[in-house]
Design a protein. Sequence first.
Length: 314
Amino acid sequence: MSTCSSVSRDLDEPIAGTAATAKTWLLLEQPGPWGAKALTSSHLDPALGRALEAAAKGTGVRIALIRRPGRHADRGTPAARQVYAAHTTPANAWLHGATVTDPSRLLDLDFAALGRGDHRVFDTVLQATPHTGDPLALVCTNGKRDRCCALLGRPLAAELDASGLEGVWEVTHLGGHRFSPTLLVLPYGYAYGRAQAPAVKEVLLHAREGRIVVEGCRGNSAWERPGQTAELAVRSAVGEYAADALSVIRTEGAAPRWTVTVGHTDGRLWHVVVAQGEALPPRAESCGTSVLGSPARMDVVAVRELATTTALAG
């Protein structure tokens, strides 16, 4: 059976620079089935879903629903729901968690502060605390958005969960279902595509150590698509895998060509030239449409180091 993900894989469509963009993720546990627009088409009160969408708009916060892997029959409203907030900007990446009995409490949050990476209101309003367990592995299984997410994502989430890994959740739309199964790892905010269980376990092992696996990585959600591509290119070029080592300093230019400045915590700087092209031949970008399109692809034209800081001998 041909699907949008099998076509993308067969055409070897580049995966770098395709992660959803969000500096901060707000995750609310919502068991049961999810519709295509899960915040307003699940067993969450749709009025609350619309209010949360409005509160987060323009703040850099992206809201998603999560649920435990497994069957999703309606078992009624849970007495307590897990809530997470995660900020993904390097050097200020954090993940805090809380439980709520009334999800409307999320409307009391300062979404602008969350988007800036300030967790104090989140902690105060929800009595949240820093997450001390393993990194979260969020596997997109929103089959109503695209069938690939259910066909490929649900078995992956179930396999990871059955293997004893902690922090495995199913999550609503992460974007790029043609790269299914897709995965988001928090707190660092790196997304992965075409994920298989052995590779995911390696990703999570490295994440526990504060390190990034570049293979299969779509990018860090803290950056826009050119920045995601440039940062991964520098990691590959210099062999730097520490999660907090690199940041996107600035992005100059406009589509279809940008110059991205990537900085290292040790003072080194790089200019990365990124060009936007079209993935050819045209293909359906989703299983939900028969319209053929040419999705944007990000290609690295050049990586050039600008400066080197020599470390003093200790």
